[in-house]
Design a binder for this molecule. Sequence first.
Ligand code: SF4
Length: 328
Amino acid sequence: MRRSERLLVLVLTRRCDRRCGFCPQAFEESDMAESVLDAALEGLLPRLAAPARVKLFGGEPLLRPDLVARALDLVAARAPGTPVELPTHGGGLAAAAAALAGRDGLEVFVSRPDPRAARLAGVVHNFLIPPGEAPERTARRLLDARRAGFTRFNVLPAYFAAWTPPQLGRLDEAFARLAGIVARLAAAGRPVEIVNLERAGSTPLYNDGLVVDVDGEVYSSNLVLTAAAAPRRGLLRLGRVQEPGRLAARPPSDAARVLEESFPPEVLAATRAADAALTRFCRGLEGAGVRPGTRGCGARPSAGLRSARPAPRGRRRRPCPTARRRSR
Ligand code: SF4
């Protein structure tokens, strides 16, 4: 029987070889077994509602390029054309180049604006804005990444960080500068895409869906991967990957509740304020005539993308969602 979820998140590893100061995830020395990966793609992928997509997640998923390749092979065999997202810090891209080459529907989200990564088809730069960064520097980084060859950006103010009011003011200023750059590039015929997908979830940053952890436990949100939410993971648990027909159904309000109970109120308030600044940025782009993009990644439709190309006169603009949430 089909479920209502459209997203399958596979946590290929709980390991990461970086320790970004803003990262709220809990790390463990554990990877997904091949049998769990196979069970997830055989038992859960066919049950997703359409349009389905898969996210290969971590930790840092490219610490296990063999699992990434296995997952891509299985998706291609069982559900060809299904979009697959691969977020990565980018350090392992060169070593994994052969495994990733020629994969229809694969969309790599890379944190580091490495010019070699910019050559990947359809690559998106996860453009993180940390609290306290000077707006001029934020603007310069965007231009530098554009010069390095990136044309698609997923803008992410650091979530679950204690933004102060002055820092939030600088974030608004940074977004104003970014909007100006996007408009100028578009006017110069060098458009960029601001890829903040219309996948508003019940919690900032994290994804609702079927989330398969390294041990085969299935959850309703990858919020379960945070250290702060670990004591409440039972509220997100759906069942075991080996029993796909017996997974529970959980309302999104459960993830929202776990979020509320896991983080200090001031951190949640700051996160919501940063999220609201991102939403204003998106609305501003729409107000300037940005329309949904037409360039996708491989066979992937790009219905959720925004490009900086002006909308033709008379074209109906789609409403901006109230939340622009993306995970890394
Ligand atoms: S943000 Fe990504 S690269 Fe940084 S510590 Fe977290 S998982 Fe690792």
